[in-house]
Design a protein around this ligand. Structure first.
Ligand code: SAM
Length: 380
């Protein structure tokens, strides 16, 4: 195991998550069949590629280019089983209305708009998120607002729980139309608002909800803006809650230690929120098939090289041009992100007016790909 970690470190010097533990987790994932984009671990894309290369050149990786999957050629003998068993796996739920949920997932599958930072979570994550919220009694009987909802979590909560009122605010009319159709078909009475969150929420939505739920773009500006809009929607004078998602691993461009520290300080000190519940390794996004194809093509091309050094050089070069798709950015972690539950007694949004130039100067762009593009331009 150490040999594999050392070999990978020879290529990727600065990934703090390239550890024995993470490599073990990766092997655990590779015991099954997975797409490269489907791998969820804390290591950077480059490190994952280095590890896959290592296994490939040792003859330990089988590749199915038709199905775009990779997996181990033989079973691993676990000598540190207890460590690996620490990994938290998604629970399999049995629930009513399973067919309508499948219908929802089909309807949701409409192709993502990169410019809106869309990337729906996978089915298992959707279930875990619902179960997490339900376990805190934040769904049944509650008035809920979804600040952006390409996941269709609003529909999932309405199908599987019994919320009193559900409102979705999003910029993307396609998605709102899909939610309205499902709402009508299953009698869910979900209300939709087409709205750009750079502007404050419409007056009638402010101060009206028990719970907000958001999976914002994964950068400081994006999280602060979406959470602020959620906070502005919360009722006053009673205890309310909010859910947001953030990366809890170091990412040099988007989520450094200092960025996370600043984010949490602002949420706690300025917005008056308290963290009361986190679901580890909780969110995994769906990788669009064309992106999985690109990753597999890149991997197969690299494995034509005669040895691991040449393989890695190729991967590094090929990954350099940053794609808008975040999982392709070599410095972006492949780790699932953390669902975080906030509790408020006296909610106060940090950003109250427009997200204007002044706000952007303070907290940065609201979209992570803008940060990545700015960085790429600087490097040129
Ligand atoms: C921001 S995406 C989150 C995807 C994933 N967490 C990520 O970072 O890649 C969540 C939802 O927000 C919506 N959205 C993005 N920008 C918006 C804006 N300015 N106003 C309203 N909704 C927006 C998207 O359409 C999408 O449905």
């Amino acid at each position: 195991m150490n040999e594999m970690v050392e070999a990978c470190k020879a290529f990727v010097a600065d990934d703090p998550n390239l550890t024995v533990y993470e490599v073990l987790r990766l092997l655990r994932i590779l015991e099954g069949e997975t797409t490269i984009g489907g791998i969820a671990c804390k290591m950077e894309v480059l490190s994952v590629m280095a590890a896959l290369g290592f296994l490939y050149y040792k003859g330990m990786l089988k590749v199915n280019s038709e199905r775009l999957t990779v997996g181990l050629t033989s079973k691993v003998e676990w000598d540190v089983k207890s460590l690996v068993e620490l990994e938290i796996r998604g629970t399999v739920y049995s629930f009513p209305r399973a067919e309508s949920l499948e219908d929802t997932l089909r309807k949701r599958d409409m192709g993502i708009i990169y410019e809106f930072s869309q990337l729906p979570i996978n089915r298992d994550s959707l279930m875990r998120k619902f179960a997490f919220m339900q376990s805190f009694q934040d769904v049944d009987g509650k008035e809920m607002i979804f600040i952006g909802d390409d996941d269709f979590l609003s529909v999932t909560c309405s199908l599987l729980g019994r919320p009193r009122r559900v409102v979705v605010v999003d910029l993307d009319e396609r998605l709102l139309e899909g939610i309205r159709e499902l709402s009508e078909k299953y009698g869910l009475e979900i209300e939709t608002y087409k709205h750009n969150l750079v502007h404050p929420l419409p007056e009638e939505l402010q101060g009206s909800f028990d719970t907000f739920c958001t999976d914002s773009p994964h950068c400081l500006g994006g999280i602060l803006l979406f959470v602020s809009r959620g906070v502005s929607a919360l009722k006053r004078g009673i205890e309310t809650t909010g859910y947001f998602v953030f990366q809890t691993v170091n990412e040099p461009l988007l989520m450094t230690f200092e960025t996370r520290q600043r984010l949490l300080k602002l949420i706690i000190n300025d917005m008056n929120g308290v963290i009361q519940g986190m679901l580890p390794a909780s969110i995994k996004y769906t990788t669009p098939r064309n992106e999985d194809e690109k990753l597999m093509a890149l991997f197969l091309e690299a494995t034509r090289r005669p040895n691991l050094e040449e393989y890695y050089k190729h991967v590094e070069e090929a990954l350099k041009p940053s794609s808008k798709f975040i999982e392709f950015y070599p410095k972006f972690s492949m780790e699932a992100s953390m669902i975080t539950r906030l509790v408020f007694k006296d909610p106060k949004p940090l950003i109250e007016g427009e997200y204007d130039k002044k706000a952007e100067e303070k907290y940065g762009p609201i979209y992570s790909w803008t940060i990545i593009e700015q960085h790429a331009a600087k490097e040129k």
